[in-house]
Each structure stands twice: as C-alpha cells, then as structure tokens.
Design a protein around this ligand. Structure first.
Ligand code: GLU
Length: 318
C-alpha cells in the first residue's frame, strides 16, 4: 500500500467520527443527505488514483460548478470582455449576499459568488436555452470523462426556493449586467448546480485543471490551457466562501467548495484532490473537508507559497 493510501486511511479514521455541522437545508432536497458520508479522492496528473470511503456516492455539484462555468465563459467571451462584466475581487461576504452588489460594486465582484455565477451563466453561448444547457453538459463530460446529467428533483427544489438568487438576478438586470430573460438564466444556473457528481469525478475534474486543462486519462482538452491560470487565480482568492483568506493562509492551494459538502483542490502540475462530507459550517464549507485538506497540505507540503526544501513530497508517496 502506498504512503498516500495509508495516510488517507488514517485521515478517514480520524475524521469519520466527527459529527459537527449541519446539512444544507435551505435547498430542501439537500437536507436528505446522509451525514455519515465521507470520501477522499486524489488523482495525479498522470492518472494515478488513490481514494477512500464513499467516493462513489452521488450528490449535486452545487457551487463547485462555478469554477467550470467561469472557464467556459472565458472561452466564449475572452478575458477582457468578461472582466468588464464580472470582477475578480474577493468579497469576504456570504456567497448569496445582495448588499455589496446593490450598495457598492453594481457588478459581481467575482465569479465564485452567486451574483458572479449567474452573470457568467448568462454569457454562455447557444441559440436556444437547450443548446446552452447541452454545451454546458458537454463541457462537464470532458472534465469527468463520462455522461453527465442533472438531478431534476434538486433543480426543482432550487427553482422553488431560490428567492435570493432571483433577487440577485433582478439587480444584475437593473445594473445592465444580464438581459431580461431572468427565468431562463436562473434555470440554467440552477441546472448546473444540480449536476450529479461523486468524489472521484470531482478529483478527476480538479486533476484536469492541475494538468493544464487536459483530462489525465482520456487526454481530452476540457478547457483551453490559456484560461487555466485565470480559473485557478479566482479559486485561490475567492473559492472558499468567506473563509478564502484563512484557507489561502493555512492550506495554500486553489480550491472551491459547495453547500452539498464537496471541496476540490488543485495542486498545479501535480494533482487534483476532492473531499466529500455533507456536514457544513455556517459559511457553507464541509467541516471534515476543511480539516482533511489542512492535514493533507501539512503532511505533503502542498502550500504553493512555501519554498522550503523538500516541499511537495507528494509525488514520491503515490
Ligand atoms: N445552488 C446553490 C445556490 O445558488 C449553490 C450554493 C452553493 O453551493 O454555494 O444557492
């Protein structure tokens, strides 16, 4: 057994008994998750997979989709045009906050908060809504190397209860960021949040970003390599809700979390990591997930700003 597999078993035993946190309940379907679920998957850029726990358990991707939609919006609009609509400043505010958009910025501060993701979704090209959804599903297929589908009951649940997102969309219309077809844009936003993944898929997607946009196994280009740097930059500064600063300080890799309990992390050039555990803290981050990433970063020297000798011992431990 590799040193990494042994360490994942140690982490699983250490954190499985931890029962702090709550299931996300503002989207009623998410409250049906099993709080016991815990999975860790790591995929190196050469396609080696090391994983443990419930890594085949399906759940909806939620906000982790924002990363990949941002990449697609960059491809569809180009960097400068997209920057004109959606900024790259961290907010320190909750992901669904309305206040800053209304009182200060008048445009989404970054693509990792809901206002920004609704705006990037509106920029995805396609003649009809179904063409746009199909392009999005096809993009996710390249990252996962398998067919992708939407959990319709989660989508309906989000659509029925997403009043804050509707408020954000109306403000974006008011500020001229999106156009009038708000319900279509929101449907597309809720659908991409409701895409079904498991922890293994998420690690593959993260490894694809670590590998300049090339899927480690299929070798298919999922996103143009020139945009990977932009995607990883906003993940690094804005990816962990209003915990992004502390995450950058302690863990030190680009990451994104979602309220269903997933977290992805990218060690550029080396590996993609995913943890899934649905008990989240008040900011929306998986509680076990954050601790496991902290331990992994410490053990294998992942912090990107740490230049000590012998940093990133990970590749020797597969
Ligand atoms: N679909 C969710 C929402 O917009 C995403 C939440 C999240 O994972 O941050 O409320």
């Amino acid at each position: 057994m590799s040193k990494l597999q042994t360490f994942l078993e140690f982490l699983y035993q250490k954190y499985q008994p931890l029962k702090f946190g709550n299931l996300a309940s503002y989207i009623p379907q998410l409250a049906k998750a099993n709080p016991e679920w815990l999975a860790i998957s790591i995929v190196s850029t050469d396609g080696t997979v090391v994983e443990i726990g419930d890594f085949q358990e399906n759940f909806t991707i939620q906000s982790i989709s924002k990363v990949f939609l941002y990449g697609m919006a960059l491809e569809d609009c180009g960097r400068e045009a997209l920057l004109g609509k959606v900024g790259v400043e961290p907010t320190g505010d909750p992901f669904d906050s309305v206040i800053r958009l209304d009182e200060n910025s008048k445009h989404p501060d970054n693509p990792m908060v809901n206002a920004g993701a609704i705006a990037t979704t509106s920029l995805i090209r396609g003649k009809e809504t179904t063409d746009r959804l199909n392009r999005i599903l096809e993009m996710f297929r390249r990252y996962m190397n398998r067919d992708v589908f939407v959990d319709v009951s989660v989508f309906m649940s989000e659509k029925a209860t997403g009043h804050r997102n509707r408020a954000l969309a109306n403000l974006l219309l008011n500020f001229g960021i999106i156009d009038h077809n708000i319900e279509e844009i929101l449907d597309l936003y809720f659908q991409q949040c409701s895409i079904v993944v498991n922890c293994h898929d998420l690690a593959m997607m993260a490894a694809t970003l670590a590998n300049r946009g090339i899927h480690p196994i299929s070798k298919e280009q999922a996103v143009q390599p020139d945009y990977v740097r932009d995607i990883l930059s906003v993940m690094y500064t804005c990816g962990m809700y209003n915990y992004a600063g502390e995450w950058a300080y302690k863990v030190g890799i680009p990451a994104k979390s979602g309220v269903s309990g997933g977290i992805i992390g990218v060690v550029p050039g080396k590996a993609g990591i995913a943890v899934f555990s649905p008990l989240i803290d008040p900011r929306g981050n998986s509680i076990r997930g954050v601790r496991i990433f902290e331990d992994l970063s410490q053990e294998f020297g992942f912090h990107l700003l740490d230049v000590s000798m012998g940093r990133c011992k990970f590749l020797d431990c597969l």
